[in-house]
Design a protein around this ligand. Structure first.
Ligand code: COA
Length: 394
């Protein structure tokens, strides 16, 4: 059942539009609490985010992405034995079938990797028979399969697009090491792997964001997990959501040098251009994930010996915060971090997918365990009811 808004609707919804029948319209569902979740808590008043009660920055400092995936699905961090079993299970599922690889080989080289990963996950769904409203008893197994196989799908497509040989997954590497190896042909230094792993932890979960909510809506119809994940990927692609990490890097490249940053921003203000990587629907005073990712960006810049992107970002951030009171979000440091790691820009949002699959699947299982069809109302604003004039007389 829909729960009434708990807090005062945020700015955009502060004056709800009166629609037909005097209904209050919360455009963009701004400020509306639609259900409960025990998976994560976003606290804009203290700029903090917890997964199952643990502060996300503490998880980054103390845990691997695998431990966080376990936590999101099970509600508790694993002990040694549980983690070993989890890793064994994940690692043995990484290979794709020959048929699946044949599908990936057929993708146009020009396709955006968000479109290929969406289609690839959808293909995986076709290999399961007899959907039709049966209880999703195997969803934990499906979630593990998706966690294990999505990196293989993304990396295989990445190599093929570049005309390179596909590198098979290795069972002796962590999720991050294995993905980096499948993309680049070797495991990079420890600080790079750690920065990548931390980015996966930070991207893993964020309550009822647009893609997670899309997955929950699909699940609420009792559709299968693959359909819900495909819907999530579609929603994540947009530049107002996951696609922002790519858009940030395009913006930084367009600016080019720190010296040009201020003039670029002043022009952006004049033309009312959205500055990518800033602002958030929920966080209005900063995003708690940013400092952790920013530290990783510093490490990567030192590793590469290139502070250009950090310096441009600092100029933009100072002006955005002091003059507009709009703060950077996670995509702001993540975009240049992936650039310094050596990824093509169109890989950034697919990397977000290989992380957020943990949050999406946790939400899909939660939705399913206490389901009610999600079906909001709309206020009709079209023409009044009228009679049809036969075509000959129109
Ligand atoms: N650049 C310039 N102005 C921005 C801005 C940005 N990135 N983000 C918000 N604003 C401005 C809006 O124009 C609006 O100004 P106004 O009151 O003069 O109209 C005000 O700040 C409030 O923002 P609003 O659009 O109501 O916020 P929202 O909750 O609807 O939108 C985002 C949130 C994320 C969609 C929006 O901040 C945005 O487009 N950011 C850039 C994309 C991005 O980084 N997305 C990743 C999100 S994690």
């Amino acid at each position: 059942m829909a729960i009434a808004p708990k807090r005062k609707p945020a700015k955009a919804a502060a004056k709800p539009k009166r629609g037909a029948n005097e209904l209050h319209i919360f455009k963009g569902l701004d400020g509306v609490t639609v259900d409960e979740t025990a998976i994560s808590k976003v606290m804009p008043e203290t700029n903090s985010l917890t997964y199952r009660g643990y502060a996300v920055q503490d998880l980054c400092a103390a845990c691997s992405f695998e431990e966080v995936a376990y936590l999101l699905w099970n509600g508790e961090l694993p002990d040694k034995k549980q983690l070993a079993a989890f890793k064994r299970d994940e690692r043995k599922r990484r290979e794709l079938s020959k048929d699946h690889m044949a599908v990936i080989r057929k993708f146009p080289k020009s396709a955006h990797p968000m479109d290929t990963i969406r289609t690839s996950v959808s293909y995986l769904g076709t290999t399961e028979v007899a959907w039709g409203g049966e209880p999703p008893a195997n969803d934990r197994r499906r979630a593990m399969d998706l966690l294990a196989k999505i990196p293989t799908m993304i990396a295989a497509d990445y190599r093929l697009r570049k005309g390179k040989r596909v590198i098979a997954p290795r069972g002796d590497l962590s999720i991050s090491e294995n993905f980096l190896n499948m993309c680049f042909g070797s495991v990079p230094p420890r600080e790079v792997v750690r920065a990548f792993d931390i980015s996966l932890i930070l991207y893993a979960e964020h309550s009822f964001n647009a893609s997670t909510f899309a997955s929950r809506v699909i699940t609420s119809t009792r559709a299968d997990m693959y359909s819900a994940v495909v819907g999530g990927i579609g929603a994540l692609k947009g530049p107002l959501h996951g696609g922002a990490n790519e858009a940030v890097m395009h913006m930084l490249l367009e600016i080019g040098t720190p010296k040009k940053a201020e003039a670029w921003l002043r022009r952006a203000f004049k033309t009312k251009r959205v500055v990518m990587g800033f602002g958030h629907r929920v966080y209005k005073w900063g995003d708690s994930r940013v400092p952790t990712m920013r530290n990783c960006l510093e490490d990567l810049a030192a590793w590469k010996g290139d502070r250009t992107w950090i310096e441009i970002e600092d100029v933009l951030e100072n002006i955005m915060v002091t003059e507009k009171a709009i703060h950077p979000n996670l995509d702001y440091p993540a975009g240049p971090a992936y650039y310094l790691m050596g990824f093509d820009i169109d890989m950034y949002t697919p990397i977000f997918v290989m992380s957020r699959i943990t949050g999406w699947t946790a939400h899909i299982m939660e939705q399913d365990s206490a389901n009610r069809l999600i079906r909001p109302l709309s206020a009709y604003s079209g023409v009044a009811q009228r009679d049809i004039i036969p075509v000959a007389k129109r």
